[in-house]
Design a protein around this ligand. Sequence first.
Ligand code: ADP
Ligand code: MG
Length: 366
Amino acid sequence: MSIRAIDKSSVHKLTSGQVVIDLSTAVKELVENSLDAHATNIEVKFKHYGVESFEVADNGDGIDQENFEGIALKHHTSKLRTFSDLSCVATYGFRGEALSSLCGVSSSVQITTCTAGTSPCATRLEYDTHGRIGSSSKIAGTKGTSVLVTKLFDGRLPVRRIDFVKNFKREFAKCISLLQAYGVIKVGVRIVVSNVLSSGKKTVLFATKGNSSVGDNIVNIFGTKAQTDLLPMSLELNIPRKQSMYLPDTDPGETVIKVVGFISQPGPGLGRNAADRQLVYVNNRPCNLPSIIKRFNEGYRSFNITQYPFVVADFEVPFDSVDVNVSPDKRTIFLHDEATVLECLRERLSEFLMKCCHSIPTQRSA
Ligand code: ADP
Ligand code: MG
């Protein structure tokens, strides 16, 4: 067989399917866009558990008219210009792929947006599968953006659509867990998540209130009881930097990583029976770091052998010690010198739990 370039439209489908893997990643991308646009109010509305549609509506900055053409084109972003900007990128998005991918893998993407300058006049835009504007109309609206995605994967990625429709409850639950992770960590942002069934019945899955603390977000999402047995946690990991072979006589110094959040109190009956509610973040970004979760579980087990801890842990890592550009969905994160970070975490966690254990006067029995 001769070597040929894959046609553009197939490349679009191939790469879009890597960004929008499932319902969770699709919705997460939209919520991240709202957060990047400085929204303080975000509403996520599912129709029939996301199988029909999902919509993320925010009161953020809105999109300027000059950007209508570009936002849903592959690698078009307002957040990153060159690769080197990645070393200091503070936004959730930077690859300019989410909207373009959603156009490539769903039946329709409709964006309604309004900036402070154009309010009360908003623009409603329909994008085609290639991310080009199909239609545009003016409607009344207030500052912010709403993105409505209909029939994810339908007609585009048939295998994924079948799997999604078959397992929609599982996919929906996964998506809600991920949204909860954002709801917990984002202070000053009200996030309301609801689902409407075909019958018209509406259920609110959770609602945060724009609280100023993570603790209050936890109460809004998991209930008052959830916070009762949680301890505020603040650890400092001092990671020695490697000696440079070019500067053998200079002190390479250390990287300081702060771990801030909450953990279940270390006593019998104070943890959870399942390994759930374990939320790990790097610089406020929810991410998959199973090795870190494992360390928390191991550390906690020394004090409570039958249960797992409820953990909310945000790792405040200097930008030069973390790489978020590992997978297109940005859920996998590469931590510089992870082995040392894990070892240091083990030590600090053990000291912290030991101290807490001694200061708990009476332990509740299991
Ligand atoms: P990225 O977030 O990596 O830039 P996206 O495809 O998710 O890529 O979004 C493309 C661009 O569309 C963003 O850079 C931003 O300028 C604009 N955008 C998307 N969603 C919103 C929103 N909710 N509010 C304001 N601007 C948005
Ligand atoms: Mg984005």
